[in-house]
Design a protein around this ligand. Structure first.
Ligand SMILES: NC(=O)c1ccc[n+]([C@@H]2O[C@H](COP(=O)([O-])OP(=O)(O)OC[C@H]3O[C@@H](n4cnc5c(N)ncnc54)[C@H](O)[C@@H]3O)[C@@H](O)[C@H]2O)c1
Length: 363
């Protein structure tokens, strides 16, 4: 069994993120003494894991209410939010009771927002069960839902009481969900912790094939390191600012791909292409060597992630980038690297550079 790793997120109310195996007893122990009821927000694919959690919560004498919500983005709606409030109301849920978000990023976003809004804020313990949710969604306090106006437009900052990333949960996660999550891990390597890149490079095959028996200890290390990067940034700045912006490396172009593809691409796959685009842009701006750009390609394609995009979609992508929330007025803004591990902002680059970077990733 791999040793647990704990990362403290030093925000106003500091909390721990624990990464390891078989963490359900720790989840139960994190429920505050004062709580008598627990609402577990989850989705159908997690039923088996949730059954085990419920048994342990029952054994502690807690009243457990399970809200099984529609899966993935279907669950991040105002209707589902209202359903959760109804469940809380019917179970006389008080300020000292606790919500547990148990699932992928869609579930942890919803559960966090349920907790943020009930009685103006009750405690939430996050148990992310996808790689993306572990390294990104469940840490940092951003919660929310989608509306017909767009994704994640309604939400709140609400920090959890604690986060538990149990790599055993990943055993049931389909490979096509696991590998895109690695893009966010690699991103943390490029923007801050270069040791992540070395570890990924040394384990490319096992990670690409999602050979979990072989790479479980490696995953614990990578998840802990990626969370440390996010924790450092979040602790320095709970609200948006440049430090928080570095987490958007690869995301301006990545979001444009997601939008153009009507959200049929996995987020991590779009961010993978977006990072290669940002690397090419940095190269054209004289900030990154050709070898450093190729390192992006070698790592990401070695993991089985895409690194190119069709060459005839420029107009759609450019329009999508201009509507990105990071854009100020008409100026496009990118996070690029001035050398690996040194992110900087590139604002209003010469359009010829942006087009040149696109040509370099076009297939
Ligand atoms: N709050 C933030 O800072 C933040 C950051 C990044 C992403 N997000 C949000 O996260 C969401 C994406 O998260 P995601 O990639 O985890 O997708 P997801 O939550 O849609 O999960 C993907 C699929 O995997 C299933 N699943 C989850 N864990 C499983 C497991 N252990 N075994 C088997 N199946 C499992 C889910 O039920 C779902 O069908 C988006 O809504 C995005 O907006 C939020």
């Amino acid at each position: 069994m791999t040793a647990h790793r704990t990362i403290t997120v030093a925000t106003a109310a500091p909390y721990d993120v624990t990464v390891g195996e078989n963490l359900l007893p720790e989840v139960v122990a994190a429920v505050p003494e004062a709580a008598t009821r627990v609402l577990v927000v989850t989705a159908a694919p997690l039923r088996r894991h949730v059954g085990n959690l419920k048994a342990l919560l029952d054994a502690r004498g807690l009243t457990v209410v399970i809200a099984e919500v529609p899966d993935a983005e279907e669950g991040k709606t105002a209707e589902v939010l209202a359903f959760c409030w109804q469940v809380l109301g019917k179970s006389d849920f008080t300020r000292s009771d606790v919500v547990i978000g148990f699932g992928g990023g869609a579930v942890t976003d919803l559960a966090g927002f349920v907790a943020a809004t009930w009685l103006r804020g009750v405690g939430v313990i996050q148990v992310p069960t996808t790689l993306l949710a572990m390294v990104d969604a469940a840490v940092g306090g951003k919660t929310g839902i989608n509306t017909s106006e767009g994704k994640n437009l309604v939400g709140a900052f609400h920090e959890p009481l604690a986060v538990f990333c149990d790599v055993r949960a990943l055993d049931t996660l389909p490979r096509n969900e696991l590998v895109p999550g690695l893009a966010e891990v690699v991103k943390c390597g490029f923007i801050r912790d270069q040791e992540i890149l070395a570890i990924v490079e040394a384990n490319l095959d096992g990670l690409r094939d999602a050979d979990l028996d072989a790479v479980r200890p490696v995953l614990v290390e990578l998840i802990a390191r990626a969370i440390q990067v996010k924790a450092d940034v979040v602790a320095a700045d709970l609200k948006e600012s440049f430090l928080r912006e570095i987490l958007n490396y690869g995301h301006t172009f990545g979001h444009a791909i997601e939008y153009t593809e009507r959200y049929q691409w996995r987020h991590g796959a779009a961010v993978s292409v977006g990072m290669v685009f940002a690397a090419e842009l940095a190269h054209l701006a004289g900030r990154l060597s050709e070898a450093e750009v190729e390192r992006h390609r070698a790592i990401l394609s070695g993991l089985g992630l895409p690194t190119s995009y069709p060459g005839h979609r420029w107009d759609a992508l450019f329009t999508a980038m201009k509507r990105d929330k990071k854009t100020r007025g008409d100026l496009l803004r990118f996070v690029i690297l001035a050398g690996i591990g040194n992110p900087i902002r590139l604002e209003g680059p010469d359009p010829a550079l942006v087009q040149g970077a696109y040509s370099a990733i076009a297939d």
